[in-house]
Structures are given as structure tokens and as C-alpha cells.
Design a protein around this ligand. Structure first.
Ligand code: HEC
Length: 164
């Protein structure tokens, strides 16, 4: 009987020892320095400083490629509510989501690209943040695409504005 108890405690102690060894092994790999690997495209920077740098104006240079990228991202993430031309008539709205203001209303037309980037990053009112879905550079791309959309469509005619 005493022998059996001795065996059991030995077995328990042995198990403890193995555990300790494994922990040591895990801890030691943490000290390994990995060689520098280039950042894969599409990676979201984790540091707050890197994020802020990517979001601070003036943002990336506005090129046709950037605006084309913005259009593609806009159609994926924004048009479901804002509608393909930004009039606030997307499919989500047609199913009951509160309609956003049209991009062609004076107040929204006056927003700068930087302010649009801030809306995407922080959300606004009933619109939640898209920070975890839209990369910083893509936020600028979308903002410039919206500015282009606004310039193309122009201010809405106010009712009765055309009549004398
Ligand atoms: C789920 C629906 C929805 C989606 C998707 C959406 N928005 Fe909105 N957005 C709203 C609503 C609703 C408002 C009005 C918010 C309020 O004032 O309460 C709004 C407001 C805005 C405004 C105007 C802010 C202001 O100052 O009045 C901008 C600009 C905007 N959204 C840009 C975007 C962009 C860019 C995207 C895509 C990355 C996007 N939204 C995706 C619903 C959405």
C-alpha cells in the first residue's frame, strides 16, 4: 500500500517535471530573433504611431489608380447604404436601415477628404466605424473617389430653384 502511494506521488512529480520542462522550452523560443521579413501587402499596421502616420493629411498622392481603388472599395463597403452614386439609397436602406444623408447635400459636399477619412475611421452617429475593414490607404482612396463623385454629379437642384 505504502509502495503504491509512493509510486503515485512519483508519477505526479514526474508529470510536474515534464510540465516545467515544456514551459522552459516555450519560453526559450521567445528569445529567438527572427530575420527581417518584408511586410506583405494589405497588412494593417499595429502600432498607433504607424496608424496615425498613415491617416494624417495629405495622405497618399491622388492618382487615377488610387481613385479607381477607391471606387472599388466604395462599392464593396459604402454603396450598400450610401447607394452607387452616394444619394443614400443603397439596398440596406431599402430594407429599413435609416437612410444616410446624400453625398450631394451641401453639408456633406463641404467635407474635406480628411474629414471623410475620419468618418470611416471613427464612424458617425448611426454609422459605425470601418477601421477594422478598410485599410488607412484605402480610406483616402474612398474619400477621393467620393469627392470625384460629388464633382461629377453636382449640387442637387432645389425645388422651385429653376422657376423665377
Ligand atoms: C450600414 C450603412 C452604412 C454603411 C455601410 C456606410 N455608411 Fe456612411 N453613413 C451611414 C449613416 C446612417 C450615416 C448618417 C449618420 C448620422 O448622422 O447618424 C452615414 C454618414 C456618412 C457620411 C456623412 C457624415 C456627416 O458628416 O454627416 C459620410 C461621409 C459617410 N457616411 C461615408 C461612408 C463611407 C466612406 C462608407 C464606406 C467605407 C460608409 N459611409 C459606409 C450609413 C452607412
Amino acid at each position: 500500500m505504502r509502495l503504491a502511494v509512493g509510486f503515485i506521488s512519483l508519477a505526479v512529480l514526474a508529470a510536474c517535471d515534464t510540465g516545467t520542462e515544456q514551459r522552459d522550452a516555450v519560453a526559450s523560443t521567445r528569445a529567438v530573433q527572427r530575420p527581417y521579413v518584408p511586410v506583405p501587402p494589405g497588412t494593417i499596421a499595429r502600432g498607433a504611431a504607424a496608424q496615425n502616420a498613415a491617416l494624417s493629411p495629405p495622405g497618399p498622392q491622388v492618382t487615377p489608380d488610387l481613385v479607381a481603388r477607391g471606387e472599388e472599395r466604395f462599392r464593396a463597403f459604402c454603396s450598400p447604404c450610401h447607394g452607387p452614386s452616394g444619394r443614400g439609397d443603397g439596398t440596406v436602406v431599402s430594407r429599413g436601415f435609416p437612410p444616410p444623408p446624400s453625398y450631394h447635400d451641401g453639408r456633406v459636399r463641404a467635407l474635406s477628404p480628411e474629414q471623410i477619412v475620419t468618418v470611416i475611421t471613427q464612424g458617425k452617429g448611426r454609422m459605425y466605424s470601418y477601421a477594422d475593414r478598410v485599410l488607412p490607404e484605402d480610406r483616402w482612396a474612398i474619400a477621393h473617389y467620393i469627392k470625384q463623385l460629388q464633382a461629377q454629379i453636382g449640387a442637387p437642384m432645389r425645388q422651385g430653384a429653376a422657376s423665377p
